[in-house]
Design a protein around this ligand. Structure first.
Ligand SMILES: [Zn+2]
Length: 254
């Protein structure tokens, strides 16, 4: 545990430290914590910016893509000058401008079955910023194996979905991502999140929600969204919560 915070740190995080659920001890915990974000797109941009601002001590960010013009509509970490540059390299630079004392590890490669466990092991909480079922399944499996909290989100049109997953806790009936979404059917594949249109602000909302879930999980405060899928439909201003239980036949978490 960090012993003290510098004068500058106390100023920087004053609006969090003043909260009775966070305080000085909570801020120290955040500074000691390590969060991994898979995907630096529409979700990864806001999540990484808010977690950086909040003082998450170590951030791992993974993406093998380069910035494209069509990303700028929602991936607010990037600008005109970022085009054709590596997303994680640009992101690291920008995030360090926000908060230079943090440690940012970049992974400029595809996260696959063969490397995911090794990477995830060094982090406390994992954020899913991916846009396809294949990656979501991969990251879920690794989180269950390595007993990591996974904060997942998905975007479609005017709709954001978010859930927190602790699928390895057997006694509590917690579902994993695969319990909640058991099959990738042909339809799903055709409409993988990456092929859907999206309003930029929706990505911002979902990413912001993810960042708050991460902070609550690290500090062990408030109510999380384990076992619940929170759906925000902002075209019609409807907010739904769907409850899920562990699937006793789930091939991943049983
Ligand atoms: Zn499961």
């Amino acid at each position: 545990m960090l012993k003290t915070l510098s004068e500058k740190d106390i100023q920087r995080y004053a609006h969090q430290i003043i909260l009775k659920n966070i305080g000085l001890d909570g801020q120290k915990k955040l500074l000691m914590s390590k969060v991994f974000i898979l995907g630096m797109g529409g979700l990864g941009s806001p999540v990484s910016m808010y977690l950086t601002s909040a003082g998450i001590g170590t951030l791992g960010i993974a993406d093998y893509d380069k910035v494209e013009l069509s990303n700028l509509q929602r991936q607010v970490l990037f600008d005109q000058k970022s085009i054709n540059k590596s997303k994680v390299e640009v992101a690291k630079k920008k995030l360090l401008l926000i908060n230079p004392k943090l440690k940012i590890n970049i992974y400029k490669k595809k996260i696959i079955k063969q490397n995911i466990d090794n990477i995830l092991k060094s982090y406390d909480v994992i954020v899913d910023g991916s846009d396809n079922f294949e990656t979501k399944y991969l990251i879920n499996e690794s989180c269950v194996r390595n007993k990591k909290t996974l904060v997942s989100a998905a975007l479609r049109g005017f709709e954001a979905q978010i859930t927190t997953i602790k699928g390895w806790i057997k006694s509590k009936n917690n579902p994993c991502y695969r319990c909640m979404f058991p099959k990738i059917n042909q339809d799903n594949y055709k409409t993988d999140y990456q092929d859907c249109g999206i309003v930029g602000g929706i990505a911002g909302i979902a990413g912001s929600l993810q960042s708050v879930e991460v902070i609550k999980d690290i500090l062990g405060i408030g109510k999380n969204s384990v076992g619940k899928l929170i759906i925000l439909d902002l075209l019609l201003n409807r907010f739904k919560e769907i409850k899920f239980k562990k699937n006793k036949k789930c091939p991943i978490c049983n």
